[in-house]
Design a binder for this molecule. Structure first.
Ligand code: PHE
Length: 347
């Protein structure tokens, strides 16, 4: 009996030593310790062992079982460890690698221009106001001293929506009329209005049927062109740079008298003449002038008491000049590679 126990122990340990996977490990367990296992079978034979031998044999049986169980456990642990290590190795992730950053857009460059201009004007006490893009002929033309049939309307041929009464505004100037009427002819006004405008233009590198204007209106007492000049000096030195030189040139608009064209000295050639300024040395930026007495009257302000200036310029034009963009259409194409260049976020 004792011999047999020793044989079983050795055979079991030897087999366990060779076992290389969990499946064969379980087979060994069943072979020796299972219900029909070799050690279990041997225990049934205990009855035949002499009574005085029994404690000794019993102890040996326990020792053999323990030895086999310990060896099984050790193997089991080794297999579990090996499979965990294999898993860790295959699933290893280098957390220090840089991640994939999502593609993000950036605000359109026109929005940036509008925001910059708004900041300059707000610092001078101006309000930023809004007006309808679908406008009445009455505000767009009539109140602005452009009665029906007036030839100056042709310069802003636009999109009519209903019986020549409703149209897509051809400029932001109708907002002047709306703001003056709302103020009831009694209060001074300082406002700018950035917004979309529409003209029946053929789209090319410098024209688009839809573009953004920034309108400005100041109404107070004793206002002169000198105030307008100082305002532009402030705006363009902030927007284009300290050394920006501004000049006025006589012009004509129905809603201002006198009217001026506002130029800045060409920043590419500093006034010498180059392709950007078409050899003139100057870049035209803006239309402006003193608010026409008829417009003041139409909108409830007494021209004997009140005076003011107004201006309107294209946001696309100043943006193209500032950033050296030669084709207007690029601004609308929303190519992320380009919008990113003008991204405000510093990353
Ligand atoms: N509304 C004019 C235009 O679109 C610009 C302008 C505005 C001129 C205000 C003078 C005063 O051309």
């Amino acid at each position: 009996m004792q011999e047999k126990l020793k044989e079983i122990k050795e055979a079991a340990l030897c087999e366990l030593d060779k076992v290389s996977d969990v499946k064969s490990l379980n087979e060994v367990r069943v072979k020796y310790l299972g219900k029909m296992g070799l050690l279990t079978g041997l225990l049934r034979g205990m009855r035949e062992v002499a009574a005085e031998e029994r404690p000794k044999v019993g102890a040996l049986v326990n020792e053999v079982r323990e030895a086999i169980e310990n060896a099984l456990k050790a193997k089991e642990q080794a297999f579990a460890e090996a499979s965990l290590n294999a898993k860790l190795k295959s699933e290893w992730v280098d957390v220090t690698l840089p991640g994939l950053s999502p593609v993000t857009g950036a605000a359109n460059i026109i929005e940036k221009t509008v925001e910059e201009v708004e900041e300059v004007f707000m610092s001078m006490g101006y309000d930023v106001v809004d007006g309808p893009e679908v406008e009445e002929d009455y505000y767009n033309f009539e109140l602005m001293n452009l009665p029906k049939g007036h030839p100056a309307r042709d310069a802003q041929d636009t999109f009519y929506i209903e019986d020549e009464k409703i149209l897509l505004r051809s400029h932001t100037s109708p907002v002047q009329a709306r703001v003056m009427l709302a103020a009831g002819g009694k209060k001074p006004i300082r406002m700018i209005c950035p917004g979309k405008t529409y003209r029946r233009d053929t789209d090319d590198a410098t024209h688009s049927h839809q573009f953004n204007q920034i309108e400005g209106l100041l109404i107070d007492k004793n206002i002169s062109l000198a105030n307008l000049k100082a305002t532009f000096d402030e705006l363009f030195s902030k927007f284009f740079g300290e050394d920006c030189i501004v000049r006025f040139r006589p012009s004509y608009y129905q809603f201002t008298e006198p009217s001026v064209e506002v130029d800045v000295a060409c920043f590419s050639c500093k006034g010498k003449g180059c392709p950007l300024c078409k050899n003139s040395g100057w870049l035209t930026i803006c239309g402006a002038g003193m608010v026409h007495p008829n417009v003041l009257r139409n909108c409830g302000y007494d021209p004997k008491v009140w005076s003011g200036f107004a201006f309107g310029f294209g946001a696309e034009r100043v943006t193209m000049l500032k950033y050296g963009i030669s084709d207007l259409r690029k601004i609308y194409q929303i190519d992320l590679r380009e919008t990113k260049v003008f991204d405000r976020r510093e990353d």
